[in-house]
Ligand binder design. Structure first.
Ligand SMILES: Cc1cc2nc3c(=O)[nH]c(=O)nc-3n(C[C@H](O)[C@H](O)[C@H](O)COP(=O)(O)OP(=O)(O)OC[C@H]3O[C@@H](n4cnc5c(N)ncnc54)[C@H](O)[C@@H]3O)c2cc1C
Length: 303
């Protein structure tokens, strides 16, 4: 079984950044992902707030990070991690393909979309229900669409879709949590209607989405649409940690200022953390701290 100084789970911006720091320290590191490198970056059509890269497309930043890490010699592998155990001070990581050993671990598995469970959501998944505007928006050129969410990325998706769809109805289950710049851009788009404090009740259709039913303080309403994007709700991707006894808050990992968990040798970074702000810039920053902590830990084992 291969044994690494550090095994990084998740190849989003946090995981790849950690890989770059570890490799530059001359330690052996493997970055594992169940999907393509880049994580959530692959779902972002335009990033305006990552320093030094104005208006970059998410997949372009993902490719640039992947190339930078690969050129340094960071190793990537595919696999969905299902369990981690610690045996005699060494972590044993099991995926759907194989097992690995590592002296230290960095968990950078981000968050997943939590299904809302409203009628029609499962039935029309892929038939108008989409969790990725960047991936599927093009299928709805010139058609009316709905975006459901209230955070910054739902607003970004609504702005993006306004350039493709005939109209965008942004149903926000709470008051929008967004930047002033995004709010202004949203309201400047002539074909976007914003309804705040609107609860999605049902996605309507027969073989595909044809409308939504929602509720506001004024009562229930229906709207015609061909697609529903960005269903609101997120959960952390950390189920595989259950047997290790890692301290968590609602599935989000608790760390100290050095990105250390309560399990020695296990660190975490990025969206999977129990924190308020989930953005690229702090995911990368936390990963640099997690990697630096893992490097010190691995060196301490050699003494
Ligand atoms: C639509 C949208 C727009 C956004 N726009 C912006 C923006 O403009 N600016 C900004 O700063 N932030 C933005 N964000 C937030 C930003 O994308 C995230 O904060 C950031 O990408 C988190 O990076 P991460 O590395 O922590 O996690 P992720 O990018 O989610 O990467 C986690 C990786 O772990 C993998 N993984 C999960 N579980 C397992 C497992 N069991 N085994 C193996 N691999 C696993 C996943 O496949 C994934 O590749 C946006 C998010 C979305 C959804």
């Amino acid at each position: 079984m291969d044994r690494y100084d550090c095994l990084i789970i998740g190849a989003g911006i946090a995981g790849i950044t950690a890989g770059i720091y570890l490799k530059r320290s001359n330690l052996s590191a493997l970055v594992l992902d169940k999907d393509a490198p880049g994580g959530k970056l692959n779902n972002i059509h335009r990033i305006d707030n990552y320093p030094g890269t104005p208006k970059i497309a998410g997949p372009e930043l993902a490719m640039s990070l992947y190339n930078q890490a690969s050129e340094l010699g960071v190793t990537f592998d595919y696999g969905a991690v299902s369990e981690i155990k610690k045996v005699d001070g060494i972590f044993v990581v099991t995926t759907d393909m194989t097992s690995y050993e590592a002296k230290s671990i960095i968990v950078a598995t981000g968050i997943e979309n939590k299904k809302l469970g409203v009628p029609g959501e499962a039935e029309f998944n892929g038939k108008g229900v989409s969790y990725c505007a960047t991936c599927d928006g093009n299928f709805f050129k010139g058609k009316p669409v709905v975006v459901y969410g209230y955070k910054d990325h739902a607003v970004e998706d609504a702005i993006y879709l306004s350039s493709l769809a005939s109209s965008v109805l942004l149903l926000a289950p709470e008051v929008l949590e967004t930047t002033q710049a995004h709010r202004e851009e949203l309201l400047a788009a002539g074909n976007v209607t914003l309804v705040e404090n609107a609860k999605l009740l049902q996605i309507l259709g027969e073989n595909k989405v044809s409308g939504v039913r929602y509720e506001t303080a004024q009562g229930e309403k229906e709207a015609e649409t061909e697609a529903v994007f960005q269903l609101f709700g997120e959960k952390s991707s950390s189920m595989f940690l259950s047997s290790l006894g890692v301290n968590m808050n609602k599935g989000f990992i608790e760390v100290d200022a050095n990105m250390k968990t309560n399990v020695e040798g296990l660190y975490a970074a990025g969206d999977v953390l129990d924190k308020k702000l989930r953005q690229l810039v702090n995911a990368a920053g936390e990963a640099s701290v997690a990697a630096t902590s893992a490097i010190s830990y691995v060196h301490s084992l050699k003494k």
